[in-house]
Design a protein around this ligand. Structure first.
Ligand code: SAH
Length: 502
């Protein structure tokens, strides 16, 4: 089959600003050739099955020269592969996208282009600067401040000043003095508002506001570095009023999200939407115990039980596949009632056409035990993790309820040791770490080493049991009001707000 290259604009950094069509293209890709400006959050959307080729360009240092990139694109497409060429922002806005497509056209390779959201508009927007506004500017001009190798900057400053429009310079950090001087010499008002937005749309975004004549000094004080957008014009005066992004409750907070491999990233997404810089660290995975004679035996005499209790979606999965392997289906349950520890476990049941008869008000093992103890008369079968907490069985025992506690899956702490993560934790580079179960605490400790110093990071814990495990390792902890993801997110906001003292 003939290969193809899809040139995709990755947007300015915030993964939410990748277009739907761009995401579709990525999901189909067999090879992804990407640049330095594509953010890690967007790169994480590349399917694991696709080969990644990094041709990233550092300023004035081209690891893979343009010729080399062209050759890679031609070669991969001619080998019949579905190639995505991923570029920061919009590929046709100072992205050499046109040049690359000309090479493909000349080489007889099929191609498509998926425009992206350019940083020239989006970084300004996240900095509270609309590039046009009827009170200030009726045109906007995108200018590159990067000269072709060996040539001087060639900008017609007089023409730009005459437009009276908003001027947006890309690649302008080094050339800022030349640009400011050029505009001033061409007669621009030295007091015209000007701004730089560094790392626009990313959690690390910084903004520097000044006037044209003072911007260079202010940017130097703040140490503004590439990538940054330089914006000159009256619209910059709106920045303070409109800078919604930096006012998000978790802006500027760096949060380590530990979670099981393969669990949907809803927690990360919610924290990110509130402005947090989220670093995902999948530190555990669950593995069904197979074969599992104890479960087979129990499922063989299901009618002996009044209740079947699940404390996680993994338990439901293990149960369901064991039942299937035994040649049975949901009918085997007959009149057995079902208990789920919380909504996520309940959803795992619903997905299999089963409805939980009991979900405790608070989603943890102790509350589930108490709730079951209230309603159960007959025998209870628990299908849960190896090393499940005794809080559940104790509650049942105390109520005199007979119970079989069967381990159906185990937790694997599978992360390679991470010296880098340890250094960052010890250096206080994270504000918080989220823990959604005691095993995620154990997983993190396993990955960075039990002797690591955790005192510079606050653990945001889903419940008391999780918090207990975190405290054992010297973390400061905060505990969510309910054992639910939303409550954990609320806890992050409250802690960041200083509403909770640590
Ligand atoms: N095709 C890209 C621009 C590539 S030129 C686009 O449409 O956005 C590289 C320049 O883009 C950088 O030097 C910087 O000026 C700007 N830029 C890219 N990403 C940026 C970001 N996240 N924040 C601010 N400026 C950015």
């Amino acid at each position: 089959m003939a290969g193809k290259v899809t040139l995709v604009g990755a947007g300015p950094g915030d993964p939410g600003l990748l277009t739907v069509k761009g995401l579709w293209a990525l999901e189909q890709a067999e090879v992804v050739v990407y640049d330095r400006l594509v953010s890690p959050a967007v790169l994480s959307l590349i399917p694991a099955s696709a080969q990644r080729i990094d041709v990233g360009k550092e300023a004035s240092h081209h690891p893979v020269p343009q010729d080399g990139i062209n050759r890679i694109l031609l070669k991969e497409a001619r080998a019949g592969r579905n190639v995505v060429r991923l570029k920061g922002g919009d590929p046709f806005v100072f992205g050499r996208g046109g040049e690359e497509l000309q090479v493909l056209a000349a080489g007889g390779v099929d191609f498509e282009e998926v425009p992206g959201i350019t940083s020239a508009v989006a970084a300004a927007a996240y900095g509270g600067i609309p590039v046009t506004h009827r009170d200030f500017a009726s045109s906007v001009h995108f200018v590159t401040a990067h000269a072709r190798a060996g040539t001087a900057l060639n900008i017609d400053f007089e023409a730009l000043v005459r437009t009276r429009g908003t001027l947006v310079f890309l690649m302008g950090v080094t050339a800022l003095p030349v640009i400011a001087e050029g505009l001033l010499s061409a007669g621009m008002d030295p007091d015209v508002p000007a701004a730089m937005v560094e790392n626009g749309t990313l959690p690390q975004q910084r903004r520097c506001l000044s006037t044209l004549s003072n911007l260079e000094r202010r940017a130097a004080e703040m140490g503004i570095r590439s990538p940054a957008l330089l914006i000159v014009g009256g619209v910059c005066s709106l920045s303070e009023e409109l800078c919604w992004f930096e006012r998000l409750p978790l802006h500027g907070r760096r949060i380590l999200v530990t979670r099981p491999v393969d669990r949907a990233g809803t927690l990360s997404e919610k924290l990110r939407a509130l402005g947090a810089d989220v670093v995902g660290f999948p530190c555990i995975r669950t593995e069904a115990i197979r074969p599992c004679p104890a479960m087979e035996e129990a499922l063989g005499r299901l009618s002996a039980y009044e209740w079947l209790g699940f404390t996680s979606a993994a338990g439901v999965e293990a149960f369901w596949s064991c039942l299937r392997d035994m040649g049975k289906d949901a009918r085997a349950l007959g009149g057995v009632k079902l208990a789920a520890v919380g909504p996520a476990t309940g959803r795992a049941l619903t997905a299999r056409g089963l409805a939980a008869d009991l979900v405790p008000e608070f989603c943890d093992a102790a509350h589930m035990g108490a709730a079951l103890a209230n309603v159960a008369g007959g025998r209870v079968l628990l299908l849960r993790a190896e090393e499940g907490t005794p809080a559940l069985t104790n509650a049942l025992e105390a109520a005199g309820i007979a119970c079989d506690d069967v381990s159906v899956y185990r937790t694997i702490y599978n992360n390679p040791r991470s010296a880098e993560l340890r250094r960052e934790i010890e250096a206080g580079r994270f504000d918080y770490v989220t823990f959604t179960s005691a095993s995620t605490v154990k997983g993190l400790v396993f990955a960075v080493g039990p002797d690591a110093d955790f005192t510079r990071i606050t653990g945001l814990c889903i419940g008391e049991q999780t918090a207990g495990e975190a405290k054992r390792h010297g973390l400061f902890v905060q505990v969510a009001e309910r054992a639910a993801i939303d409550a954990l997110v609320e806890l992050a906001v409250k802690t960041a707000d200083g509403g909770l003292c640590i």
